[in-house]
Write a protein that binds this ligand. Structure first.
Ligand code: COA
Length: 378
């Protein structure tokens, strides 16, 4: 026998009580990976155990991509850029010349997927083919939008050199090629960031690697993820000179703006990728003339950020020194985010392989915060 509650008793909620939720999933463990290890407190980044600084100094992007895909280190690996299938070139030609390069790249990857057999599970060959295709597609779009013909890949060149050649029609000098290769190495992989997580969610549904990478590019397009280096260039242009740096930084923070190239969800120490790229930038033959100003503005920004946010260490991130390296190799700032995406292809596809090897559909829970069950009015 049950007692019925008195008529004026508060009604019990009929929906389950919320469980703890971490906005932005900060601190939530959402998987396991053997691809990279980030020690945010100490500012360390390892790819399959190898230090990022050593990989930049002694490795190539081809060797690093192979390491991520297979777990094996082979310094002699080669990875030339690949041909663009005819239907994909038609799609690139159909895009408006003012299309954003990230939109063009995402569209090209999607179109490429429609021309390939990409059976489940994804393979190293699929990862390699897509990683080799995308630089050709971005270079072709960059030429088409300015009325130039695309340039066929040169199989004797490796991926980053080939990309610059297909972009400009000239074979870059070794220093320039090396600087872009170093950038691609530091951009290749970074654990469970938003775009990589996207790629893993897509892969977990047993979708194909082109869909995973197209989705990842869409995620990386956001300024909080991959859009920062071109904004670093804009901000430095606004700063203008070291004498104005402090005033500009204080005004920007007072307006509630964020300083691009600073802060990170995981790193509390100096981003080791920024340290590696700063070295590359300083050693470049054709460094932008504002590099020295950037180094001095960094000191001012770090000091003012520490003063404004004593509770949260905000340090330089990879994007800050990506900006001078990418400018120095001759890329237009609006190509920076898409170039970052090219570099990250190795990591995204390696995560697709890792997800598929031990797959379970990614489907988290959510706390419902809407109205209680109720009757439709009338
Ligand atoms: N400039 C100024 N303040 C910053 C800042 C920055 N670059 N990054 C973080 N902060 C401040 C925020 O304003 C916030 O303070 P508030 O709560 O008083 O507003 C506090 O630090 C915490 O920021 P939060 O956004 O919660 O940290 P996050 O972990 O979500 O942010 C980033 C990580 C990267 C999105 C963030 O640092 C950022 O926007 N940086 C600039 C963009 C950038 O360089 N992106 C490339 C990342 S590799």
């Amino acid at each position: 026998m049950t007692d019925s509650p008195p008529a004026d008793a508060p009604t019990e909620p009929t929906l389950p009580v919320a469980r703890p939720y971490s906005p932005g999933l900060e601190g939530v463990v959402a998987g396991e990976t053997s691809l990279s290890y980030i020690d945010g407190a100490a500012g360390r980044l390892l790819y399959r155990g190898y230090r990022i600084g050593d990989l930049v100094e002694r490795g190539t992007y081809a060797a690093v991509a192979h390491l991520l895909w297979t777990g094996e280190w082979d310094a002699a690996q080669r990875l030339p850029t690949a041909e663009i299938p005819r239907p994909v070139m038609d799609v690139l030609r159909a895009l408006p010349s003012d299309a954003k390069p990230m939109d063009a790249l995402r569209t090209a990857v999607s179109a490429w997927g429609s021309t390939q057999e990409l059976p489940w599970p994804p393979t190293v060959e699929q990862a390699r083919a897509l990683t080799a295709f995308s630089p050709s597609a971005l270079a072709a779009f960059a030429r088409l939008r300015s009325g130039k013909d695309p340039i066929d890949p040169d199989p004797s060149l490796d991926l980053t050199t080939g990309f610059l050649y297909q972009l400009t029609g000239e074979r870059p000098d070794p220093g320039t090629a090396r600087a872009l290769d170093a950038y691609f190495i530091v951009g290749a992989e970074h654990s469970f960031n938003a775009s990589t997580f996207t790629a893993r969610v897509i892969t977990s549904t047993r979708s194909d690697v082109a869909s995973a990478v197209a989705g990842a590019i869409g995620t990386m397009k956001g300024p909080l993820h991959g859009g920062a280096p071109s904004e670093v260039v804009d901000q430095l242009a606004q700063v203008g000179s070291v004498e104005h740096a402090e005033e500009w930084v204080r005004d920007a923070l007072a307006r509630g703006e964020r300083l691009m190239g600073f802060g990170h969800r995981v790193y509390r120490a100096y981003d080791p990728r920024a340290a590696a790229l700063r070295k590359v930038a300083e050693g470049m033959e054709h460094k932008p003339d504002w590099l020295q100003m950037a180094i001095e503005v960094e000191d001012v920004a770090l000091r003012v950020l520490a003063e404004k946010h004593p509770e949260r260490p905000l340090r330089t991130n990879v994007e800050y020194y990506a900006a001078p390296v990418l400018m120095g190799v001759g890329l237009a700032p609006d190509l920076f985010p898409a170039t970052f995406s090219l570099a990250r292809h190795a990591g995204w596809t390696a995560h697709a392989l890792e997800q598929a090897a031990n797959n379970r559909l990614i489907r988290p829970d959510v706390n419902y915060v809407g109205p209680e069950e109720r009757d439709l009015p009338g």
